[in-house]
Write a protein of this length. Structure first.
Length: 300
């Protein structure tokens, strides 16, 4: 696969939640979520991202979700498969299976819990890049993974692995985004991964949004992206201010607890169900989220 042209990696790429029914993955509903995203004008969907609670799924379930998304998308939008694990062996297996299932690109989180040295991250990503031929985005989320990616480390990876073409940056570090854009250039694809910095990161040079709130308001995120792209900052600021409350509410509990509840209340999910150790929203949180929903128009 030619990875020299990654211009298609841009815009709103929603990290879908994983609907459950009686503790089983609900593939029928998942397909409808993909369809809704496409109808709302997204530029792609992400399978098994943080919002999809992949740590509570088996490896087979993760691959099956990729298969469902690819079939539902039917080549109308790209499907990005999040295939990272704490284990290189598991990541390689999930990555190869995602490629076989038809994923267009991979999103690979930094190995979590073990806190590897930077040289370990370099070799880790080089091994993954060597195993597949499709584009890879590094998922940088230090708060969850307990390890940060240094700019020099990223430079080493990109220099030696041409199919590592971008990063999802999920940290409140705008300076890192500016440094990545300045160092690696505009062809390196930087995606926003924290809702409240969506507009600033886009202005600094990010090419798109991979935000949990896209499960609720994908079309509105698309409007924000287009406004910044058109350099209509007055409109972008207005949309950003409008989204501020719901962006904050997503993180009133561990993601995607709030998102799933609001999707269920909006009729997008038949069940508000999680697998342990995740839990549904508490009654107190539900009341707060209901007040947010009263002020939103969530399209079905």
């Amino acid at each position: 696969m030619d990875v020299s042209d990654t211009s298609w990696l841009h815009g709103v790429m929603t990290p879908l939640v994983t609907p459950l029914r009686d503790n089983e993955v609900d593939h029928k509903t998942y397909a409808t979520l993909v369809e809704r995203q496409i109808r709302e004008g997204v530029h792609g969907v992400v399978v098994n991202g943080t919002s999809g609670e992949p740590s509570t799924l088996t490896m087979r379930e993760r691959t099956q979700l990729v298969e469902t998304a690819v079939h539902a998308a039917a080549e109308r939008v790209p499907v990005l498969a999040a295939t990272g694990s704490q284990s290189l062996t598991e990541t390689l297996t999930l990555s190869r299976e995602a490629v076989s299932a038809g994923a267009n690109a991979l999103l690979v989180v930094t190995p979590y819990y073990i806190i590897p040295p930077q040289r370990g991250l370099v070799d880790y990503y080089l091994r993954i890049a060597d195993a597949v031929e499709i584009p890879i985005l590094i998922y940088h989320i230090p708060r969850r993974a307990a390890v940060g990616l240094e700019l020099s480390t990223l430079q080493q990876i990109v220099k030696r692995a041409p199919n590592v073409v971008g990063i999802k940056h999920s940290a409140h570090d705008l300076g890192f985004v500016a440094d990545v854009v300045a160092t690696l250039g505009p062809t390196f694809r930087v995606f926003v991964g924290v809702e409240d910095l969506s507009m600033p990161m886009l202005i600094v040079g990010a090419v798109g949004l991979i935000n949990a709130v896209g499960n609720l308001l994908p079309g509105r995120l698309g409007e924000l992206y287009e406004a910044v792209k058109a350099e209509d900052l007055r409109r972008a600021r207005a949309i950003s201010e409008e989204l501020a409350e719901v962006n904050a509410s997503v993180f009133w509990d561990t993601n995607p607890i709030a998102v799933k509840y609001m999707m269920w209340r909006s009729g997008l999910l038949a069940n508000n169900e999680h697998r342990l150790p995740m839990m549904p929203a508490t009654p107190e949180l539900c009341l707060r989220l209901d007040r947010v929903l009263e002020r939103l128009a969530v399209p079905a």
